[in-house]
Design a protein around this ligand. Sequence first.
Ligand code: 7PM
Length: 272
Amino acid sequence: MKPIDLRGPLVMGILNVTPDSFSDGGRFVGRDAARAQAERMLAEGAAIIDVGGESTRPGADTVPIEVEMERVIPVVEMLVGEFDAVVSVDTSKPEVMRSALGAGASMINDVQALRQPGALEAMAGADVPVCLMHMQGLPRTMQTDPQYDDVVVDIIRFLKSRIEACVAAGISRERIVVDPGFGFGKTLAHNYELLARLEEFGELECPVLAGMSRKSMIGNLLDLPVAERVTASAILAALALERGVNILRVHDVKETVQAVRLVEELRKTRKT
Ligand code: 7PM
């Protein structure tokens, strides 16, 4: 477990260990592919590697605990043991959270914002950051007609209530990161309104994480396949940084680090 300055800006590199990304999941072939991918992202300047073994894509089913464990834990051990990397684990299951922290993970990233029974307790016993993400509905059905009164106000209200639940459970505010959850129960218009109004999340007084990398909010607007969304992802990263985002969860680390450097230079110029 390594302490991290969550104010950033930090680039978090995505490492999927689902069989749809690496043919063999957490097993040997998958582990070699995961090692190579992580090594590259670290060399490109990723501050955190986010390991995910449960596909949260729209329409996806949930994964049994044992399967997720088997995919994720050996990879966490490898990343910590071989690279001394700062590792975040993308999971909603308290059992996986505990094992991941035991294996040396430095952060938990939960798309369900610790709403699973036992998740608050699992994190209360640790001393690492946790990312609380907003999702309307569940992955299986979340993209069928999402509705909000005011998408920003509704999501801020949700995150406030989850922060309160965390604090009540003994998770200090200093450990909490918030995330509007781009693409999770949102239309294209909702996603762009969230980006436009990202600064309003500053009201929560927690570092803000944004994950827009290669998502359909790019693909559907520009009519691009996933492999051709890199440039647009880096542009959205820069726009999010301009709106005060602290952590960027991305596939393309090199391009995002460039965006961070450009925006930081611009910021420095404005101050002096
Ligand atoms: C297929 C489609 C696979 C979409 C995976 C995804 C976020 C996250 C994901 C996010 C945080 C992806 C998503 N997205 N965690 N996990 N914030 N905190 O595009 O936006 O990576 S999974």
